[in-house]
Structure formats: structure tokens, C-alpha cells
Ligand binder design. Structure first.
Ligand SMILES: [Zn+2]
Length: 251
């Protein structure tokens, strides 16, 4: 029962109740807008290139998790046996270690702190126009089945004297998505992190993802997408602001 109620694979194409879905069509349209819009479409590559140096720095740090690799390797060795494989056959000899390293990579968000990433990337700025970073690629792991869910994240906020380095939004997405997650929590955590970082007037986050636990098992719907959204501050209270964000994210 518990699994069925939590599991996105049981609930069709969209896992959230209707009232919480981003309602693209139901939001009233306005002719005059109170805010100008700056759209920054940041591809993952471009965003991360800027951060490459910092990222390399992070990978050089030996983390306590690395010490656990040997234990994880043993566990994957056993797992191969349990699924009916022969871990001693040539093709699988290095698989347990590779799998352990891959799992560490998929969950490397546990090694990083938002505060460290945002260091020196918050700027005093009187810019009061909406900032939108859309289609940030996202790779996460469903905490119910330990299989991936993959999609894209769009983030918008209205600054209040402070702005965030553009690539840092992608880093926030990376840190929270590279952990065991449920999509609803991931969406909220991204919105909260941006709120805490720059105290904006409002924040909107939309995550659209395909869950492999839904695609490969359960209902086996290949093209089913789950959409989650978090709207805070003026994005929640002001329909015109929310509409403008959703229009840009949609197009
Ligand atoms: Zn799942």
C-alpha cells in the first residue's frame, strides 16, 4: 500500500493532483506586463564550462565516501550473484567496482554543499527584471527504486537587490538532483535554495522528467512525463508574473 501511494508509476502520466499542476491554460492572460523579461537559456555544457575549474577542484578532494568504495564493490559482487549471474566470468570481473563508482557519481550531490557553491556568486544588483534559466538538464535517482529519472528544470525569479551567478542555478539543480530523490522534493529544494540565497521577490521552479521506474516497470509508458512545480512569493500570488514565467518556460 505504501509503495502504491508514493509511487509515481501507479498514477498515470502526471503524478501530482490537478490542483498542483502548472496550469498553463487556466491562468488569466494580461496584455500589459509589470516586469520585463530576461531569458537566459543556459545549456548544461555552457553553464558547467564556466564552473569547470571549481568542479575539478571538487573531484580532487578525497571524500570519506571514497573509502566506502571497497565495501560497495563487495555488495555489487553479491548482487550479481543474487540476480543469477556469475561474477567471475570475464565480462563481469570489473563490473562491481565500476558499478560502485557509477553509483557514487550518481549520488555525488551528498558531497557538495549549497553554501560552498554559492560562495562569491551572489551580487548586489538593482536589476529588478525576471531572470529565467530554462531547460537545465537534470539526472536524478528515484529513491523508491534506485533507478534514474531524467528531465529538465526551469527556474525563474524576480530579484530583490541581489542576483545569483547564472551558472549557479544549474549547480543548485546538480547538487540536489545527484542524490536519491522524489521529484516533488527536488522541485521544492531548488526553489528554497534560491530563496535562501538571494531573498528574491518570488521564485518559480518547474521540473519535467521521465521516470525509468515508470518506463521500464510498472505501467511501462514510454512517453509519460511527470511535471512538478513550486511557486513562491510573487510567483504564487501574482497571476501575471506567474503567467509570464510559464509562457517563457513553455515556449
Ligand atoms: Zn521509482
Amino acid at each position: 500500500m505504501e509503495d502504491a501511494s508514493n509511487d509515481q508509476s501507479f498514477s498515470g502520466t502526471v503524478s501530482l493532483p490537478t490542483s498542483r499542476r502548472p496550469t498553463f491554460s487556466s491562468i488569466p492572460r494580461s496584455r500589459t506586463l509589470s516586469v520585463d523579461i530576461t531569458v537566459a537559456a543556459v545549456s548544461n555544457l555552457a553553464a558547467y564550462e564556466e564552473d569547470m575549474e571549481a568542479r575539478l577542484e571538487l573531484t580532487r578532494v578525497t571524500s570519506p565516501r571514497q573509502d566506502l568504495l571497497v565495501h560497495m564493490t563487495e555488495n555489487y559482487h553479491d548482487l550479481l550473484k543474487y540476480i543469477g549471474e556469475d561474477p567471475t566470468r570475464p565480462g563481469l570481473l570489473n563490473t562491481p567496482q565500476r558499478a560502485a563508482k557509477a553509483m557514487m557519481f550518481f549520488t555525488k550531490g551528498y558531497e557538495e554543499k549549497i553554501e560552498d557553491v554559492l560562495n562569491n556568486a551572489i551580487f548586489d544588483e538593482s536589476h529588478d527584471q525576471m531572470v529565467i534559466i530554462k531547460d537545465i538538464e537534470m539526472f536524478s535517482m528515484c529513491e523508491h527504486h534506485l533507478v534514474p529519472f531524467i528531465g529538465k528544470v526551469s527556474v525563474g525569479y524576480l530579484p530583490n537587490q541581489r542576483v545569483l551567478g547564472l551558472s549557479k542555478v544549474a549547480r543548485i539543480v546538480e547538487i540536489y538532483s545527484r542524490r536519491l530523490q522524489v521529484q516533488e522534493r527536488l522541485t521544492k529544494q531548488i526553489a528554497m535554495a534560491i530563496t535562501e540565497a538571494v531573498q528574491p521577490t518570488g521564485v518559480g521552479v518547474i521540473v519535467e522528467a521521465a521516470h525509468m521506474c515508470m518506463v521500464m516497470r510498472g505501467v511501462q509508458k514510454l512517453n509519460a512525463k511527470t511535471i512538478t512545480s513550486t511557486m513562491l512569493g510573487s510567483f504564487r500570488e501574482d497571476a501575471r508574473i506567474r503567467e509570464e514565467f510559464l509562457t517563457h518556460v513553455k515556449n
